[in-house]
Design a protein around this ligand. Structure first.
Ligand code: ADP
Ligand code: CIR
Length: 354
């Protein structure tokens, strides 16, 4: 459960957190705090809803979530500077979606020798336009969203056809196995918990698999929807093409997604706005990851390194999750190309160091 501290108490905690390096701490000035502390979004979201996680967890990197799609307008005075800082842009603008020509991508397997890349995954997030995000939604809202989503997923055909498995009623053993195999999410992220992400857990949550288990949909994890394509090995071309086909099919299935002209698709966390796309590989890089140049190397290529059980986890055996860091201000195909260039550079450097 999230704490129920008032906005004044949360603000005090943030002010006392002298060592915090979060973007919230950096950008929430007394003036902006005073301007926003009594304001409400169209969905009833408050400043407290947005900053609770970052104030209770001063070691956050970002420290702020949007209470709902309208928060990006109502609380723009704090969200805009955080978004610019995270995505490294001076002006908030975002191009129209462009997934490129999947019949002519110009890339396929990033590791034909099969020595380094364990698996490849590409995901996007989507939000139902008419619902708020975790701090402001009810148990019934989640159940309604789940119903709406499952109805549309049941229209998927061909290689995308599959089955939905609600978390309610799923055995602990099945959940653990699916999580260990990197398919399923759990309720262990304390940043998300404090933002209300696990309220009424596990009601209204679940996972959809196609029959080949290489296309999945997460329902009501951090975002209302996450579409995921993944498979063993390094064939980014196959993984990305499948994701694009799924997004296009789901756009036609009757779901309406939250968007904003200058921010692209809207998500709970401002780090995911825009394309919402994260393309990643699990890759064995024991030499590069142990070298002092690793962080600067990743920064140079706009890539991010995570542990192999997701964000805020550790690496195991020199295997890292390497993905594109930027999602806003570039198109989907540009985001994937950025990740591809980064992964190719990582492979070359690892070989040089070996
Ligand atoms: P996201 O923000 O994309 O949802 P997380 O870092 O929370 O990502 O990770 C979600 C899950 O996806 C974790 O179980 C993680 O291990 C898994 N995952 C991410 N990238 C890959 C990959 N390339 N191969 C296999 N599993 C992956
Ligand atoms: C933080 O600020 O560190 C957390 N709130 C996570 C930020 C980005 N990750 C995410 O949305 N999953």
């Amino acid at each position: 459960m999230a704490s129920n501290l008032s906005v004044e108490e949360l603000w005090k905690r943030l002010q006392d957190a002298n060592k915090s390096k979060s973007l919230l701490k950096k950008h929430l000035t007394p003036n902006i705090y005073n301007e926003l502390k009594n304001v409400k979004s169209k969905f009833g979201g408050t400043l407290a809803d947005c900053i609770r996680s970052g104030c209770m967890n001063p070691e956050s990197g970002v420290g702020i979530y949007a209470s709902d799609p309208d928060a990006y307008t109502t609380f723009a005075a704090i969200l805009d500077p955080v978004i610019k800082d995270y995505h490294k842009v001076d002006v908030l603008k975002h191009p129209k979606p462009d997934f490129g020509d999947i019949n002519n991508l110009g890339f396929g397997d990033l590791d034909p020798s099969k020595e380094m890349i364990v698996s490849t995954r590409v995901r996007v997030g989507r939000s139902h336009a008419s619902y708020g995000f975790p701090p402001v939604i009810t148990k019934q809202d989640r159940i309604d969203m789940e119903k709406k989503t499952v109805n549309c997923l049941s229209k998927l055909e061909g290689e995308l056809a599959g089955e939905y498995f609600p978390l309610t009623g799923m055995t602990k053993e099945t959940q653990k196995k699916l999580t260990d195999d990197h398919f399923l999410f759990n309720d262990s992220d304390r940043f998300l918990r404090e933002a209300g992400g696990y309220n009424d857990w596990p009601i209204g949550r679940g996972i959809y698999f196609n029959h080949a288990k290489n296309f999945l949909v997460w329902v009501n994890e951090e975002d209302h929807l996450r579409f995921i394509s993944m498979q063993k090995g390094g064939n980014l071309g196959e993984v990305y093409s499948r994701l694009v086909k799924a997004v296009k099919a789901l756009e036609k299935s009757g779901l309406e997604f939250a968007r904003k002209e200058n921010l692209g698709y809207l998500t709970f966390c401002p780090s995911n706005l825009g394309t919402t796309l994260r393309a990643s590989v699990h890759i064995k890089i024991p030499k590069l990851s142990a070298s002092p140049e690793f962080k600067a190397f990743c920064d140079r290529y706009h890539i991010q390194a995570r542990g192999i059980h997701g964000e805020h986890t550790e690496s195991v055996g020199g295997v890292y999750d390497i993905s594109n860091k930027r999602r806003l201000g570039l198109t989907e195909i540009q985001a994937v190309q950025e990740m591809r260039r980064g992964v190719e550079a990582v492979i070359d450097r690892e070989k040089e160091l070996s």
